[in-house]
Write a new protein. Sequence first.
Length: 259
Amino acid sequence: MSKLSDSQLLEKLHRTWVQSLINDYWNDYAAIIVDAQLVFDTGWSDYANDFCTLGLLVYLPLHLYSIVIRDENIQEVLKYHFAIIAQGHIWYDMSDFPIHYRVKLLDVEENWHKTIKFLIAKSKDLNQGLVTEKAFARKGKEPIVYNEIKFASQSEIRIAQELELKGVLFFPLPLAVRYETGNIYEDHREVDFLVCLDGTFGILEISFHEGRYEKDKEKDAWFKKSGILCIEHYPAEKCYNQPKYVVEEFLSFLSKHKR
């Protein structure tokens, strides 16, 4: 067995864990773990009658922690691959080895209170989710907030989480303006996601209602007029249940439009 207090062991386990995920094509999950900080959870064991390693603490940035802690499938995949590469290095039988996820706390910068108050005040004036917010207000509801961003549904949040994992630039519920008619409802449009891949923009829409073909086509044409040609619509149920598939397919389509 390796010396458990040796920080080099943790570093080697970390590196091998990431590689194991990549080898099995879990690149998105490898992208999560590469930004983690690993610490052995040690304490007294009645079974061993000694202090020993009781588990692994995985510290993640807040946005990645939120993704992992909500998805049992991610946790299972991560645990499976860690158990394989750590077998014999920590415990002889890693099948029940506990892995606990924690938030990696932020560093405290000077005058952070003032900075945060400014950001909070500024966020009240943002156009992000403006149309959705107004539509919800008419029904006496409020948008869902995830990572300080407004969303209209849990399906949108699942897509946002997958886009975060991909590391691509995206704009959730952005307000687009092209002043043509003077009528705010015709000159302002909001899409679910505006995505930028290597300098090329595309729109990913989540559909909740059937029979909106004419309205959707008119909206698509409004954006295509300004050169955004990749516009794809996906059912809300599919976005919720298969967000990884939806995002990967959309990015595949968008890549074909690269200039």
